[in-house]
Design a protein around this ligand. Sequence first.
Ligand SMILES: [Zn+2]
Length: 259
Amino acid sequence: MEDFDADREDVLKRAAAAGVEAVLVPIDIASERSRRIALGLAAAHGEIRTAAGLHPHQAKAWTPAMADALSGLAGDGSIVAVGEIGLDYHYDLSPRDDQRRAFAAQLALAESLGLPVLIHSRLAGADIRAAIDAEKFSRGGILHCFTEDGPFASAMLDRGFLISFSGILTFPSAERLRRVAAGVPLDRLLIETDAPYLAPVPYRGRVKRNEPAFAAATLRFLAGLRGLDPADLAAVLRRNYDGFLTARSAGSGTAPAAV
Ligand SMILES: [Zn+2]
C-alpha cells in the first residue's frame, strides 16, 4: 500500500528485529502497481510470500479476464494463495450480488489451481460458509483479521481453515473476540498485522500507521490469553504457517517454498 512507499525496506528491517519471520502480502489483482511492488518484494526477500485476488471492496470490477490474470499470476513462485477474497457487509463498497459473484468465481478458480484462499469476512459469515459449501471448496486457507462469531469459527475450522487474529484482539471492546480466540485449537491459530490498519494496544492511538513489527504486541497479548510463553506461541504460529505453505504445495504438486 502507498502508506509504505517511503520506507518499505526500513519497515521490513524493523519487523525482522521484532521477530517477524514470515510475511504474506496480498496483491490487488486489479492493480498493476500492487502486483509489481508485491512481486518485487517477494523476489528480494526470502521471507515474503504473496497471494492474489480481488478484494470484496472492489468486487463490482470483477471480470472473467481477471480470472485469466489470476491464473497467470499463480505461476509465480511466490504466490501461495488466492486472496484476499470474501464478503464485506459492513462497508458494502460493492453491491452484495457482485461480492458474492466475485467470491464464488475466485473460490472455483482457487479450487482448480490447487490453492488455499485468504478470506476477508465482515458480518458475512453465513454467506461465506454457504459459498464454500456451494462451490465444494476443499483447499482451506486463512480467515484473515477474524472478527466474526464463535459458531462461524467452528464451522470454518470444520472446513480446514486457520483463523488469524489482528491487533483488534487487544482492543478493550473486543471481549467477544477474545473468547473466540481463547477457544481456537492451537494448531489452527495465526496472527497478522493487517497493516496499515488496526495497530494493537499499546500502539493504537499513538501511531498513524500499523506495521508488521507491532505484531509482536499481538503475539504477547495472545500468549497471555492462552497462558503460554510468547516464544512458545511464536513457535506454534510458525509451525502453523509452514503447514499452510506445505499443504498448498502438496495440493498443487510443486515443491515446498523455502521460508
Ligand atoms: Zn481484509
